[in-house]
Design a protein around this ligand. Sequence first.
Ligand code: IP8
Length: 248
Amino acid sequence: MLTVLKLGGSIITDKDLPETVDSDAIERSVDVIAGALSSEERLVVVHGAGSFGHHYAAKHGVSSSEGTYDASAVTEIHRSMSDLSERIVDALHERGIEALPIRPLSVASRTDGDLQFPSEQIAAMLAGGFVPVTHGDPIIHDSGGVKILSGDEIVVSLASQLNADRVGLCSTVPGVFDEDGDIIETIDNYDEVAGALGESEATDVTGGMAGKVRQLLELDVPASVFDLDQLETFLADGTAGTVVRGSE
Ligand code: IP8
């Protein structure tokens, strides 16, 4: 059983305060993960940027569409993501989970619009009993310099390359809301929910909930969007919150 789990940047950081982690949320998340992980379970953790990467990306005018050739700007964005990732990896180690960091800037690129995210080393880590931990990051493009890669797109790429059995996005919201403020149980068509998907409130250069749903619809396994209260349920049952079903 392979699970690809994204911990949203907005749960592990305070999105409105630059470079501020939400330590309680990190502790809670890793406690639940540690409680759920058995020796047969394999897990890839992807995390978002929250007030780390998004703050520096906005500062330098870099996004998923706007690139830069300024290496010091890229390094500043990347360094903030590495700092955040170290917090997650350290917290996992403290619970006895053999987590290893993967840095997208060092391995990933985009050519003709297509993401190249190598998965061989991640598959080998999983086979060796490790839990790979990776994150949204700036990556080089074949035109326009370095742009932002969202953790959501990494989730989609790794879930399909590694044939994941289940995918979860743990976010600040218990699911995707419809226009009446009710949780949508299942989404299988973007156009049907487009009107209900608003913009992200805090600085988020990669598209908020609309971007997440679009990404998840590309998967051929069901993906769930849920909050921290439902992380345990997701890890136990495989679904929680809103289930997004693409081309299954
Ligand atoms: O929070 C964005 O990742 P996301 C990564 O998963 C950066 O969209 C560096 C802003």
